[in-house]
Design a protein around this ligand. Structure first.
Ligand code: TXA
Ligand code: MG
Length: 343
């Protein structure tokens, strides 16, 4: 398949919209990461997305809309909470989970009776949705398992020849995926952290917002016994679910966690040791409170280090007491297969 490379010019977006309306697959920019879009109400098109990504088909997708009035095509849910969060954060990097209408195929929701919905901020994305005339299901436009794509070239690197077209727009402003907020029960719950934090959602709702307990639990799991931090090769996940790496670079990756100066020292020491063994090392170290910058850069840095052919990536942990820091660490831990060295 020859993948069309399109621009964000109106004629190109119109062409992309026709492809979607006819059941094809188009990757497009959003403010978070690039998405791989298909008509959310067309089962065959949605199935083709899973195929192109090499993704297990029980993984539910986010359905993208261009205006709040389109919510009623997907869900009958209405509430003060929905009104408040959509008013506060849409268009923007927040996805909400609501009960689905029968019109939404099981394929789109991975068999769940709920549907994830978001209205992206990027104008080209909303124009694509408007012109295609359908809600667009879009997971991140990467091969399953690899870091999410934040630049058009990342999409092309993964999916060229596997999809109908890519709209090559700007690099993504946010750099990590949207916050996923479950609004199907009394207590709103964050299922995936993002740059829209629990604190901000709580302020908009006027009530508490919880993080899914498993997120906090996962953040505590590490692949290494802290006492034996040096034995990198003994990678043994403590929890079976942790053995799968997501957002993963090809290189071996370790996170160094602790006070900033000790982290820098440990990275320097390890880098030297690896280089003595003839291994090429890449370092990812963000300024201490530069959370938004870390979110923006993490996935592209991982991809660039892979492209540069490094064997080992050493990354400094971020302070996860900060909501955005927590969201970035959620990805960094998965990228490293939970290999954390405490200093
Ligand atoms: O920023 C984003 O959200 C990007 C851009 C393209 O919009 N999309 C994205 O999609 O990250 P994806 O498929 O990579 O991630 C979808 C996430 C998964 O964690 C999935 O489990 C969750 O949303 N999800 C989708 N539908 C759900 C549902 N009905 N209930 C619970 N979680 C759901
Ligand atoms: Mg993804």
């Amino acid at each position: 398949m020859n993948t069309l490379k399109l621009t964000t010019e109106p004629a190109d977006i119109a062409r992309a919209a026709r492809i979607i309306a006819e059941g094809g697959l188009v990757a497009f920019p959003t403010e978070t990461v690039y998405g791989l879009g298909a008509d959310a109400l067309n089962e065959a098109a949605v199935a083709a997305v899973y195929q192109a990504k090499g993704r297990p088909s029980d993984n539910p997708m986010i359905v993208h809309i261009a205006g709040v009035e389109e919510l009623s095509r997907l869900t009958a849910d209405e509430s003060e909470d929905i009104r408040r969060v959509t008013e506060a954060f849409w268009p923007g990097p927040l996805t909400i989970i609501l009960r689905k209408l029968p019109a939404v195929p099981d394929r789109t929701t991975g068999g769940l009776d709920t549907v994830a919905i978001r209205m992206p901020e990027t104008e080209a994305a909303r124009e694509l949705i408007r012109l295609s005339g359908c809600p667009i299901a879009a997971p991140s436009a990467n091969l399953s398992g690899s870091p999410s794509p934040t630049r058009a070239r990342d999409v092309i690197a993964d999916l060229d020849g596997r999809i109908d077209a890519v709209i090559c727009g700007d690099d993504c402003r946010v750099g990590i995926e949207s916050t996923v907020l479950d609004l199907t029960s009394e207590q709103p719950m964050i299922l995936r952290p993002g740059i829209i934090t629990a604190e901000r959602i709580a302020a908009a709702l006027g009530k508490d917002v919880a993080y899914d307990p498993s997120l906090k639990e996962a953040a505590k799991h590490t692949a290494l016994d802290p006492e034996k931090g040096a034995q990198d090769s003994d990678f043994k996940p403590k929890s079976p679910g942790m053995k799968y790496r997501h957002y993963a670079p090809r290189a071996e990756m370790h996170i160094i966690s602790g006070a900033q100066d000790r982290v820098r020292e440990e990275i320097r020491r390890r880098q030297e040791a690896y280089e003595k063994e003839g291994r090429k090392v890449g370092v990812i170290l963000f300024e201490e409170a530069a959370f938004a910058e870390a979110a923006h850069d993490l996935f592209s840095r991982l991809r660039d280090l892979d492209a540069a052919g490094v064997d080992v990536i050493l990354a400094g942990a971020l302070n996860d007491a900060d909501g955005v820091g927590f969201a970035v660490m959620n990805r960094m831990l998965k990228s490293a297969g939970y290999s954390v060295i405490r200093v």
